[in-house]
Design a protein around this ligand. Structure first.
Ligand code: TYM
Length: 332
């Protein structure tokens, strides 16, 4: 029986990539493992969001987790900032992490872009805090989309560096869990770039809060090509938009890509898009409705977050005490 940890940044609302790449899998894993699902507001601060909006987004993500099937009776849902041990462990890890490791992080390079000198320290140190998020709970498994794999690998390296430095196998190396279908959901406008909240085009992604008409419009406008659907994924190698839409359908209907290709072989995209619209609405509309009703009950949401934070704090403090002892701090 392992322990699960994962998190999402509370900025810009959630999209289908977050659902298919992460949350949907969390729902499956929570039955098997003790699970901590965090709303990583400290990470979100790297973009300096408007404080009022950040507060709304934190509760919005909590509502979305529950609406999408995270059971607050079994799993712990909490804001990262409520457990200060994340930051305390991040400092210990910062002192063990060579700059060379951080310089390899592709997400920093993407986010900092050409303005590297102006990027803040928080953005640069971001993966160290992420390692602390996972390891302060001694989590063994981290369900994520493909884009976070490098960060979890860094967490493994940092855990190993800690163990070597203090001569004890204190941390088990956490394992990234990336499910094959929808590990990387691509933009609806460009099959070679990831569906992302930072894409300037709203038509590139489907949001949790999109109503059925908006979903239908976005799917209709999604980029495709004029050829009919082939019977195997291999026969569509150079058709990234086609493969992306089929992959989304496969994930939403719990089928393999191969099965979906066989099912729609020879069909036009006009016809397939009708099926994709129906399938997306069937999965996402009940989630949107539940989010709306959860957002009406802030007291309930705050009770869930407090319960999650209390449990998380207790476990994190227990580990932090052990770690502080190991590195040589004294209790006063
Ligand atoms: P974030 O907020 O960018 O994304 C949250 C989760 O959604 C997945 N995801 C996708 N999966 C498939 N296709 C996509 N287009 C797509 N876009 C996003 C991400 O892989 C992720 O699993 N640094 C993290 C948050 C974090 C974290 C952690 C995660 C902080 N501490 C500790 C795991 C463990 C992030 O920014 O994810």
């Amino acid at each position: 029986m392992g322990r699960i940890f994962s998190g999402i940044q509370p900025t810009g609302g959630l999209h289908l990539g977050n659902y298919l790449g992460a949350i949907r899998n969390w729902v499956k894993f929570q039955d098997l493992h003790e699970s901590f699902f965090c709303i990583v507001d400290l990470h979100a601060l790297t973009t300096l969001p408007d404080p009022k909006q950040l507060r709304l987004d934190i509760r919005g993500i909590a509502a979305a987790y529950i609406a999408a099937g995270i059971d607050p009776e079994r799993s712990y849902i909490f804001p990262q900032s409520a457990v200060s041990a994340h930051c305390e462990l991040a400092w210990v890890f910062a002192c063990l992490t060579p700059l060379g490791w951080l310089n390899r992080m592709t997400q920093f390079k993407e986010k900092a872009g050409k303005q590297r000198e102006n990027a803040n320290l928080g953005l640069y140190a971001y993966p160290v805090l992420q390692a602390a998020d996972i390891l302060i709970y001694k989590a063994t498994h981290v369900p994520i989309g493909e884009d976070q794999k490098q960060h979890v690998e860094l967490a493994r390296d940092i855990a190993g560096a800690f163990n070597r430095q203090y001569g004890i196998e204190y941390f088990e190396l956490p394992v990234p869990l990336i499910l094959k279908t929808a590990a990387r959901v691509m933009s609806l406008r460009d099959g070679t770039s990831k569906m992302s909240k930072s894409d300037p085009s709203d038509y590139s992604r489907i949001h949790f809060m999109d109503d059925p008409d908006t979903i239908a419009l976005k799917v209709r406008k999604a980029k495709t090509d004029p050829d009919p659907i082939a019977g195997t994924p291999g026969a569509m190698e150079n058709r990234p938009e086609a493969l992306n839409l089929l992959g989304i359908y496969a994930a939403l209907s719990d089928q393999s890509l191969e099965e979906v290709c066989r099912q729609f072989e020879g069909s036009t995209f006009a016809l397939f898009k009708k099926n994709l619209t129906d399938q997306t609405i069937m999965v996402m509309e009940p989630i949107r409705q539940r989010i709306l009703s959860l957002l009406d009950d802030q007291t309930y949401l705050d009770t869930i977050l407090k319960k999650g934070a209390d449990k998380a704090r207790e476990l994190a403090l227990q580990h932090l005490n052990e770690i502080q002892e190991m590195v040589g701090f004294i209790k006063v």
